[in-house]
Design a protein around this ligand. Sequence first.
Ligand code: IVH
Length: 679
Amino acid sequence: MNDPTPDQIRREARRLQKELTEHSYQYHVLDDPVISDAEYDILLKRLIEIEEEFPEFSTPDSPTKRVGAPPLSAFKQARHSIAMLSLDNAFNDQDVLDFHKRIVKNLNREDILYTVEPKLDGVAVELTYENGVLVQATTRGDGITGEVITENVRTIGSVPLKLHGDKTKTPFLLEVRGEVIIKKTDFDLLNKKRLENKENVFANPRNAAAGSLRQLDSKITATRPLDIFVYGIGLVQGISFQSQSQMLTLLKEFGFPVNPNIESGINIDKVLKFYKELEVIRENLDYEIDGMVIKVDDFSLQRQLGEKIKSPRWAIAYKFAAMQRTTTIKDIIIQVGRTGTLTPVAILEPVNVGGVMVSRATLHNEDEIKRKDIRIGDTALVVRAGDVIPKVVKSIKSQRNGNEIAFKMPTICPVCQSEIEKIKRDKSHINKCINASCQAQFKGRIKHFVSKKALDIDGLGKKIVDQLVNEGLIKSFADIFLLEKDTLADLDRMAQKSAANLVASVEKSKKVSLRRFLYALGIDHTGENAAKLISEKFSTLKDIMETSEDVLQQINGIGPETAQSVSDFFSNRENMAIIKDVINCGVEISNDQPVIAESNNNPFNNKRVVLTGTLQTMPRSKAKKQLEKLGAAISSSISSKTHFLIAGQKPGSKFVKAQKFGIEIMDETRLTALFNQYL
Ligand code: IVH
């Protein structure tokens, strides 16, 4: 056989470049790979071989450029054709309404429509495409001049090296602006790997993204899981855009990742509504956002409004309330929980963190205080995320004046003066009060018993429980059901009305589901989910009491620790007496869960499932794991044997194929609903 001619090799190189570009787009932008990583690597290896032997066939948009280039000695600077402005901030609805009012007045019309986008917490960049090919990437810098980071940006899998679509429509010049980010799940993996390799971990995804883009050696950048969402343009020639929404649609067609959580053409009321929704879904998004950007949609109106020196008049950032604040640690106290664990808690100078006044924050355990060198009197950074307990992240050592006091863990329980046991748990130690009748533990058990997810007794808050136990009015679970209105009315913070309400909610709580009651007992390793799984398997509490550890362990999702704790709990006479007393007080435990004879009685059991497109509330890997838990077999391609297709945003070719085969297509809302029902 003759050696291939240079022309044949050139054609092979072009074909490989084209194929690899398409696969990279399927994988990074559509999140819907059609070939395996190994197959991709084989094709890439072949292309690298060709380009090394025939450098003349290597082009700036070749996928081989994604692996990084020789290191630079310094970054060059480049001036932006059009300044990269920043945004004014709004902190409440009124600020946004004022922004809208200014626009209405300025344009002398009421019917203003906006596009709203999540405000991504990453690093702003500008990408320059000449005749459809990425030729330069820069940081925002000071807005006028940025650093040239082209080689680093080429390594980002989701950045197109060449624009997609009809070549005849390729603009002569296109400057695209967006935010380089690292997804939360990728960030966690990255830090985990760094920890294993004894490297410093990154503080947050934004720092990690910024640090990765600042590498002079793009081969290092290539190892970082960088991603991008684009949201704007700079100078363009050979194309015109009429509005923000139309621009985003076209950028998507050019192959750029555009955030799927964007709404367009909405009035100011809907803008405010979207902010509230975004606040709710924020925690579930796989990337960090710190607010919402509101933009006048119509570009001709944007031009009429114009810009100030640093920011446009047509856009504003509606920031989320800061979830991090600094404050002083006035004291460190010890809290004894219902299982006896001693938790150090920082008493803070009260501070507003994201709209909530915080005066206490957990310090987790003794090891953590030592590791972070947190002292009484320190200025500290406090964070709050969602509805979890606020925590102290670090102390700010530069603010010390020498009067700070190091914390010492007590050697006896501060509540009952019993001995403390030191137990190793994962990587740190916990200190436990060994006295099961310690009053703090007892109070903890009562608080848990009446809490929202347990018996849900409205009006029986922590402070009331403390008083009732202190006054000897509650000595057991059963005493709760014997509380009388007049006794309650005499307590602090109580009056006739609130006492009557409390008695009524106690009465109501007497009808309780098996699932809630089991959870309320506060058995070790038996949280809400375990209680749910167990109660689905048995009809009555008596059945659970009489079952064996072995049977419990056979329940899907119940581990050996839980099985043993539950079994131990019900073998203990004292516990049985406590339950008997409760039942004698008129508590009726019924099973409101359908008892599932087979725990694999769910729609996915033994079914073939395929996923496509991007999921918004969980990474695909998690969805797969959950589906597997339910007994599904996941496959990567659709065939006539497929039972379900789970379709996220931007579903790929699998969607069409599934329709052709008449396969049931399920969206993310339905999927999460089924997970909630069966997991
Ligand atoms: S538009 C003049 N859209 O926020 C328009 N910016 O304070 C300015 N950012 O430097 C940019 N998400 O880094 C825009 N959806 C979004 C954004 C966004 C994050 C950042 C960007 C910019 C800063 C402005």
